[in-house]
Design a protein around this ligand. Structure first.
Ligand code: HAS
Ligand code: CU
Length: 599
């Protein structure tokens, strides 16, 4: 791995000279499990991605089009829920234990939340995969062809919703684990600034707790009882709005661990130091404040939500560009500083001095580069008027294959080439295989996402098994629909090859990787440290209160009007008729019984 040019100073974060596993063997074991689970989900989700890409580009159909939603749900849930969040809990456990320089408070509790997440994920996965079976006993009655957004009126088996709820509870417990470590550290280090990695974890988790209130309400109060037959109807606009209350923040729940890698590992690997700790704190506070009051930007075309509320969501969304633009500045400035420590010169000549042969560095930098494009297509999405052109077209999958599909996924894969040696004490099996893999991902995604965006502009619909119609051809000024389909299929095939290389490299590292010196688990002290930032940035109670106020301002009126118009349980829907009726009946029986007794 690239040597770090910077000499370590006393306030560097981490354990000098040693790999993580030497200092925290028990935590390393849990993190390895979380990562390996994440990689299994990547493999599964990637497989379904290839199946659906070849299907909808009419290259080869492995399944009938009536099973397309099963494939798409598997692709979406396994990747954007399981792959990302199992990886996140591994990274956050590393970040908290390393930066507080203390093991978790109780490893049994850590094992508990990881098991809870795993049980939830397995339940949801069973119902999704059961969608491929019709004639098997029990499984044949199960399915969850509801896509990763599980919008009503599509309905899944109750176990799908129960699995999701259990998975989310697992993440809540994980957050409690890290908060517990922080509070214990705080009591022993009164007055000290929160170490940046822990600050990043805490702000991200506070955002997650606020955001998941929406999905917990939607699943536990509406969708799960509905799938169990306890209520007859739901209000789809209400459950969709509660989903997107959670749905936009989850994209930052995926992004913030990737940003953590860009802020903590990239400067180190570039041979320098983070340019500004204060700016990094501002970025994470902005995400905490702005992530939740914007979800309605996914619903610009939803009926039943007044334009004014959509306009507020759009305005808030535009503010949300700021933390990412700040990130681009800070991380690139840190890279330049590192390059100059390595002898880089000139306005741009310093770029040559960066460690491009290091798959960790190059993978994350390519991920960031692609995120620039994904961010700009996000700006197009965010514009209410122009969104009318791209909503529900292939433009949107194009957007999120650049964002979660590359900025996050490629960063996670590249970071794994640093983490797995840290967690196993073994050297990466093949750096060149890693370098080929990350470049392949970038090339494959360029083909696929570009063609998806272009198809979106032609109005090609997303979430459609056979986007071709009798007597109608999508007209493209350049090339043809067939050529765009070929680009998407070619891109999908290259991505699949890239995932294979990644899995092989990681598996061989973990099994037969030669033990020996790995990089040290030290995060060099930033050029501008926390002492340069106002103490108020660490006042997480205040930031949480402001975030809640912003949510109340953004959602009270829209939700009130949605319920007023469509009822809590849908037009004419009653609350838990079976449940209420049986309670009423029970009360009646008790009353009659009491009356007989008295008489
Ligand atoms: Fe998005 C839909 C708007 C960011 C994911 N988004 C989606 C969906 C997903 C998703 C999954 O306003 C579809 C959901 C569905 O199925 O319906 N999105 C935005 C905006 C941003 C944004 C304004 N999205 C993300 C991120 C995601 C993600 C991050 C996942 C991780 N998105 C939307 C909207 C929709 C939407 C609407 C609804 C569309 C519809 O109609 O359905 C912003 O946060 C983007 C800000 C980012 C930038 C780029 C800054 C550049 C940086 C790096 C530069 C790199 C350099 C090279 C210089 C302005 C940070 C050096 C290298 C380095 C490592 C730094
Ligand atoms: Cu969004």
């Amino acid at each position: 791995m690239s040597e770090t040019v910077t000499d370590s100073t006393s306030s560097d974060i981490g354990i000098d000279g040693r790999a993580y596993v030497d200092s925290f063997p028990a935590e390393a074991k849990i993190i390895r499990r979380a990562f390996y689970t994440s990689f299994v989900m990547l493999a599964l989700g990637g497989l379904f991605g290839l199946i659906q890409t070849l299907h909808r580009t009419d290259i080869h159909q492995f399944v009938g089009s009536d099973t397309y939603y099963t494939v798409l749900t598997a692709h979406g849930v396994f990747l954007v829920i399981a792959f990302t969040i199992f990886f996140l809990v591994g990274v956050f456990t590393w970040a908290v234990t390393t930066s507080l320089d203390r093991p978790v408070e109780d490893i049994r509790f850590t094992k508990l939340w990881f098991s809870t997440m795993s049980v939830g994920a397995i339940l949801a996965a069973i119902t999704i995969l059961a969608g491929f079976t019709d004639d098997l006993p029990i499984l044949g009655e199960m399915s969850a062809d509801v896509l990763f957004t599980f919008y009503a009126p599509l309905q899944a088996h109750p176990l799908f919703y129960a699995g999701l709820a259990i998975f989310i509870v697992g993440t809540w417990l994980a957050g409690a684990d890290w908060i517990r470590s922080f509070l214990a550290w705080r009591s022993e280090n009164p007055g000290e600034r929160i170490p940046l990695p822990t600050f990043m974890v805490l702000t991200t988790m506070i955002m997650w707790y606020i955001a998941t209130l929406g999905i917990a309400t939607s699943v536990l109060v509406f969708l799960l009882p509905w799938s169990l037959g306890l209520i007859e109807t739901v209000n789809p606009t209400l459950t969709r709005t509660l989903f997107w209350f959670f749905g936009h923040p989850i994209v930052y729940f995926w992004l913030m661990p990737a940003y953590m890698m860009w802020y903590l590992l990239l400067p180190k690997l570039a041979g320098g130091r983070l340019f500004s700790d204060p700016l990094a704190r501002v970025v994470f506070v902005l995400f905490l404040l702005l992530s939740t009051p914007v979800g309605i930007h996914h619903q610009y075309l939803d009926p039943g939500i007044a334009e004014g509320f959509k306009f507020i969501a759009m305005t808030n969304t535009m503010f949300l560009l700021l933390p990412s633009l700040l990130t681009a500045f800070t991380v690139v400035a840190s890279m330049e500083h590192g390059a100059r420590q390595r002898g880089g010169e000139g306005y741009f000549g310093w770029l040559k001095a960066l460690p491009w042969r290091d798959p960790v560095f190059t993978g994350m930098t390519l991920a960031g580069l692609m995120f620039a494009a994904g961010g700009f297509s996000g700006m197009i999405n965010a514009g209410m008027n122009i969104n009318y052109l791209v909503h529900n077209t292939m433009w949107v999958p194009g957007h999120f294959h650049l964002t979660v599909g590359t900025a996050v996924a490629l960063t996670f894969m590249a970071a794994s080439y640093w983490f797995i040696p840290q967690l196993t004490g073994k050297q990466l099996f093949s750096r060149s295989m890693g370098l080929v893999q990350v470049v392949l991902w970038f090339v494959g995604m360029t083909f696929m996402a570009n063609a998806m965006h272009r198809q979106g502009l032609l109005g090609v619909p997303r979430r459609t098994a056979e986007p071709w119609y009798e007597g109608f051809e999508f007209q493209t000024a350049v090339g043809s629909m067939g050529e765009l389909n070929l680009q998407i299929a070619l891109g999908g095939a290259i991505l699949t090859l890239s995932i294979l290389l990644f899995l092989v490299n990681v598996a061989l590292t973990a099994t037969i990787g030669s033990s020996g010196a790995t990089d040290d688990n030290v995060i060099p002290e930033p050029l501008s440290g926390p002492e340069d930032s106002p103490l108020v940035l660490d006042n997480l109670k205040m930031w949480t209160a402001i975030a809640v106020v912003l949510v109340v301002l953004a959602y009270t009126l829209p939700l009130a009007s949605i319920v007023d118009r469509g009822g809590l349980f849908g037009p004419g829907g009653r609350s838990y008729p079976m449940f209420v009726d049986s309670l009423t009946m029970l009360a009646q029986v008790t009353l009659d019984g009491a009356r007989d007794l008295i008489a």
